[in-house]
Design a protein around this ligand. Structure first.
Ligand SMILES: NC(=O)c1ccc[n+]([C@@H]2O[C@H](COP(=O)([O-])OP(=O)(O)OC[C@H]3O[C@@H](n4cnc5c(N)ncnc54)[C@H](O)[C@@H]3O)[C@@H](O)[C@H]2O)c1
Length: 335
C-alpha cells in the first residue's frame, strides 16, 4: 500500500519534531502538508520542510489528497480540528490532552459514536516506553503479587515563567494519570494534591513541588511528585510496591562520563531525549493502524478519562480536599 498522506495542523515545537520523525525515520507515511491556527506561521514551516502549506487548517483537513491528520496545536484548538477530521472521515492523531476540558473530550467521543467507529489516537507516548511496558508486563504476569502502592516522580529542569499552579497536574502529571491507569488496568476513585515547601526558583504563581495522590477503584494508592524547576535533569520515576516484590522502572540507558576526577552517568534534560524511542514507536504504530483502518493506542475514551481525573485533581488542589473521580458510563464503542 502506498504511503499514508498526512496533513499536520499545529507547527509549534512538537509538531515540527513529528514532521521530522515521520519524514526521516518512520515508514509507511509522509507528512505532505501542514497548517497552523496562526496561518502565516504554518506556511513558513511548510516552506522550511518543502511540503504544501495551507493558510486555513480546515482546508487541509478537507482536501481529498490528505488521508489522515496529526493535530499538534496548542490545547484549546484540539477539539475543533479533531472534530473536523472526524467529520471529514479521516483518522486523527491528537497530541495530549485530547481537549482542554473533559466535556470537550466527551463531544469528541460522541462524534466517534455518531461516525460508528473509533478514529482518534491520543498522544500519550509513555505507553510505548520500554520501561513502562516492562512494568506493565511484570504486574500483569502476577508473579510479584498484586500492586499495592506506587511512588512516582516527574522532575523537569525548568518551566516557562507563565506556569501557574494548575500546570503541574494539567501539563506534567497528566502523563502519569494516563500511563498508570493503563499500567494498572483500572480507573481512579479519588484524587488529592498536597504541597511541600516551595522552591523560590520557579515562576511566582507556581507552588513547586506538588504531590498528587490518586487511589484506584481497587484501592491501589499512588503518589506522584511533580517538581518542574529542579534545575537539574529530566527524571521520571515509577516504583511499584507489590504484595511480594518491589518493581522499579529501568534507569535510562545513557553513557557514563569520566571527567574532573568524577565518574557518573549523564542524564536527560527533556522529554524529547528521554522518550525519543517512545515517540517513534507511538507514531509508527498510529501510521500502521491507520492504514489498516483501526485505532490501536490511547483512544478518545482514554483522553476523556484522563481529563476527568485531571479535573478532579485540580479541584482537589484548589479546595485542598480529597475529590471523587466520577466518569460517565463507558459507551459500547470503547468496551
Ligand atoms: N506528548 C508530549 O510529551 C508532549 C510534549 C510537548 C507538547 N505536547 C502537546 O503538543 C501540543 C503543542 O505543544 P508545543 O510544545 O508544540 O507548543 P508550542 O507552544 O511550541 O506551539 C503551539 C502553537 O503556538 C504557536 N507558535 C509556536 N511557535 C510559534 C512561532 N515561532 N510563531 C508563531 N506562532 C508560533 C503556533 O500556533 C503553534 O501551533 C500541546 O497540546 C502540548 O500539550 C505533548
Amino acid at each position: 500500500m502506498s504511503d499514508l498522506r498526512i496533513g499536520l495542523v499545529g507547527t509549534g515545537g512538537i509538531g515540527r519534531t513529528h514532521i521530522e520523525r515521520v519524514n526521516t525515520k518512520l515508514q509507511g507515511g509522509k507528512v505532505v502538508a501542514c497548517a497552523d491556527p496562526a496561518g502565516a506561521f504554518g506556511l513558513s514551516v511548510a516552506e522550511k520542510f518543502g511540503i504544501k502549506g495551507y493558510e486555513d487548517p480546515i482546508d487541509m483537513i478537507n482536501d481529498s489528497k490528505i488521508d489522515a491528520i496529526m493535530c499538534t496545536t496548542a490545547d484549546p484548538f484540539h477539539k475543533k480540528y479533531v472534530l473536523a477530521s472526524i467529520k471529514a472521515g479521516k483518522y486523527v492523531f491528537c497530541e495530549k490532552p485530547l481537549a482542554a476540558k473533559a466535556d470537550e473530550c466527551k463531544e469528541i467521543v460522541e462524534a466517534e459514536i455518531a461516525a460508528g467507529k473509533q478514529m482518534v489516537q491520543v498522544g500519550f507516548m509513555r505507553r510505548y516506553d520500554e520501561g513502562y511496558k516492562q512494568l506493565k508486563a511484570a504486574v500483569q504476569s502476577g508473579k510479584y503479587g498484586e500492586a499495592l502502592l506506587l511512588h512516582c516522580a516527574h522532575r523537569n529542569p525548568a518551566v516557562p515563567d507563565d506556569w501557574d499552579n494548575s500546570m503541574a497536574v494539567e501539563n506534567s502529571m497528566v502523563h502519569e494519570i494516563d500511563v498508570l491507569r493503563w499500567l494498572l488496568g483500572e480507573d481512579y476513585a479519588t484524587a488529592q494534591v498536597v504541597y511541600g515547601k516551595s522552591t523560590n526558583n520557579g515562576p511566582k504563581d507556581l507552588h513547586d513541588p506538588q504531590i498528587m495522590i490518586l487511589t484506584t477503584k481497587s484501592g491501589v494508592r499512588i503518589d506522584v511528585e511533580s517538581f518542574v524547576n529542579n534545575h537539574k535533569d529530566y527524571d521520571i520515576k515509577c516504583e511499584i510496591v507489590c504484595d511480594g516484590a518491589v518493581l522499579n522502572m529501568p534507569e535510562p540507558n545513557y553513557i557514563s562520563v569520566s571527567a574532573g576526577a568524577q565518574k557518573g552517568r549523564k542524564q536527560y534534560t527533556d522529554c524529547f531525549q528521554r522518550f525519543a524511542d517512545a515517540y517513534d514507536a507511538e507514531i509508527q504504530s498510529w501510521i500502521n493502524a491507520t492504514k489498516e483502518g483501526r485505532v490501536d493506542g490511547p483512544n478518545a475514551w482514554d483522553g476523556y478519562a484522563c481529563q476527568v481525573a485531571a479535573a478532579a485533581a485540580s479541584k482537589a488542589r484548589e479546595t485542598q480536599t480529597v475529590q471523587p473521580v466520577v466518569y460517565d458510563e463507558k459507551p459500547e464503542l470503547y468496551k
